[in-house]
Design a protein around this ligand. Structure first.
Ligand code: G3P
Ligand code: CA
Length: 349
C-alpha cells in the first residue's frame, strides 16, 4: 500500500474514532469544567507524532477544548503546521534532500516548496547527541514509520471546522506564529499571512474560538497595533513566556499591565507558576497568575507531560500536578501532550 493511501486511512480511522468518542463526551460533562480549558499541545502528541492530522483527530476525540497549531512558512509562501523552522527533528528531510542544508546543518522550511515538504515523512521527534539520532520520548509512537505527512494551516482549520459541524461541538484552534522575526528577515510576513487565513475561515473577533500566540512580544504588538486593524479583525492574543531574560520586565504589576495592553492571555513555561520549594519538597506558587488575572488576562501554561521524568518532584502524579495548577494556582487552561488525562481530570471535579 502506498504510504499516502495508508496515511489517508489512518486519518479517516481517527476521524471515525473522533465522532464516536466525541459523542460520548457530553456537553454537560465539558461544561462542568467551568472556564478551565484543555489545549492539545501539537495534538494528542503523547500518542501520535506531533502536528499530524491523526494526532489532531485524536485530540479532538479526547475532548480537548482547543487544538494547537505551530505555523511556519515555506519557500512558496504556504503556511504549514510544524513546530520547528527547520524540518530535521520531525521529518526525513536530510535523507530525501541531500545537499539542501544551510551552513549550520539545518534544513529550513523557508528553503523548500510545499510540494517538496509534502514528499517528506513525519516521524516522532528526534534528538541528536554526539551524532546519534534518537527519539525524544522513547515510550511514544515508534519512529520511522512511513505513515504521516505534513499539512497546511488551511487544511487543519478545515479539519477542525468539519469535525465541529459533524459532531456539533465547538472546538477552538490555537495557532502560534513561529519565529516571526526570523521569517521577516527572510522576507516573509508570517503573522500577517496567518491572520489573513484565520479571517478567510471566519475567525475575526474576540468571541471566536481562537487564540493567536507568539513568543515574540514585538510581533504581538505589531499584530495588535498594525496587522489586525489593517485586516479588520480583532482576535484574542496570547503572549508566550519562556522564562528567559527577555520576559523579566513583564513579571511585575507594571509589566503585566503593559502586556495586557496587547494580550488577552499569557502562556508561561509552567515552572514560572509552580516550582519546587526544595526545603519542604512542596510546590511553591508564584504571583504570576494573580498578576495576569488582576489585569484581565487568562493564563495557559505549557507543557504538561506524563512521560518518565516529566512530572516535577513536587507532585506525586500527573493528576496531582494538574490539581496544583488548575485549582491551587488557578490557571485557566493547560497545554498538554495528553489531553485525555486533563479532560478526564476536569470532568471528575
Ligand atoms: O505555544 C505554547 C506551547 O506550545 C509551548 O511552546 O515550544 O511547544 O511551541 P512550544
Ligand atoms: Ca506552540
Amino acid at each position: 500500500m502506498q504510504a499516502f493511501q495508508f496515511f489517508e486511512r489512518v486519518t479517516i480511522g481517527a476521524i471515525a474514532m473522533s465522532v464516536v468518542l466525541g459523542a460520548a463526551i457530553s456537553s454537560s460533562a465539558l461544561a462542568q469544567s467551568n472556564a478551565k480549558v484543555v489545549v492539545a499541545h501539537r495534538g494528542a502528541s503523547g500518542y501520535l507524532p506531533e502536528h499530524t492530522l491523526p494526532a489532531k483527530a485524536m485530540a479532538y476525540a479526547m475532548g480537548a477544548d482547543y487544538v494547537e497549531q505551530d505555523v511556519v512558512m515555506t519557500k512558496d509562501d504556504q503556511l504549514i503546521v510544524i513546530h520547528d523552522i527547520t524540518l530535521d527533528r520531525t521529518t526525513d528531510v536530510a535523507a530525501k534532500f541531500p545537499g539542501r542544508a544551510r551552513a549550520d546543518g539545518g534544513h529550513y522550511a523557508v528553503d523548500f516548496t510545499l510540494a517538496e515538504i509534502l514528499s517528506l515523512d513525519i516521524t516522532e521527534g528526534m534528538s541528536e547527541e554526539d551524532g546519534n539520532r534518537q527519539v525524544g520520548y522513547p515510550s511514544r509512537f515508534p519512529a520511522g514509520k512511513s505513515i504521516f505527512k505534513v499539512h497546511t494551516l488551511a487544511q487543519e482549520i478545515e479539519f477542525v471546522q468539519g469535525l465541529n459541524k459533524s459532531t456539533g461541538r465547538d472546538v477552538g484552534i490555537y495557532p502560534e506564529i513561529k519565529s516571526p522575526g526570523f521569517h521577516l528577515a527572510e522576507g516573509k510576513d508570517l503573522g500577517r499571512a496567518v491572520l489573513a487565513v484565520l479571517k478567510q475561515y471566519g475567525y475575526s473577533n474576540k468571541s471566536d474560538k481562537v487564540f493567536v500566540q507568539t513568543f515574540e512580544f514585538d510581533e504581538l504588538k505589531r499584530m495588535h497595533d498594525q496587522l489586525m486593524p489593517e485586516l479588520g479583525v480583532e482576535l484574542k492574543l496570547v503572549a508566550l513566556l519562556s522564562g528567559g531574560e527577555e520576559n523579566e520586565w513583564m513579571l511585575s504589576a507594571d509589566g503585566m499591565r503593559e502586556v495586557a495592553r496587547y494580550a488577552d492571555g499569557i502562556g508561561p513555561e509552567k515552572s514560572m507558576i509552580v516550582d519546587r520549594d526544595s526545603a519542604r519538597n512542596a510546590p511553591k506558587i508564584s504571583d504570576l497568575v494573580k498578576l495576569a488575572h488582576d489585569n484581565g488576562m487568562q493564563v495557559h501554561p505549557y507543557t504538561f507531560r506524563l512521560d518518565p521524568g516529566q512530572v516535577p518532584a513536587y507532585a506525586q502524579s500527573f493528576e496531582q500536578m494538574l490539581e496544583i495548577f488548575y485549582f491551587d494556582a488557578d490557571v485557566d487552561g493547560v497545554f498538554t501532550d495528553f489531553p485525555d488525562r486533563a479532560v478526564e481530570f476536569l470532568k471528575a471535579q
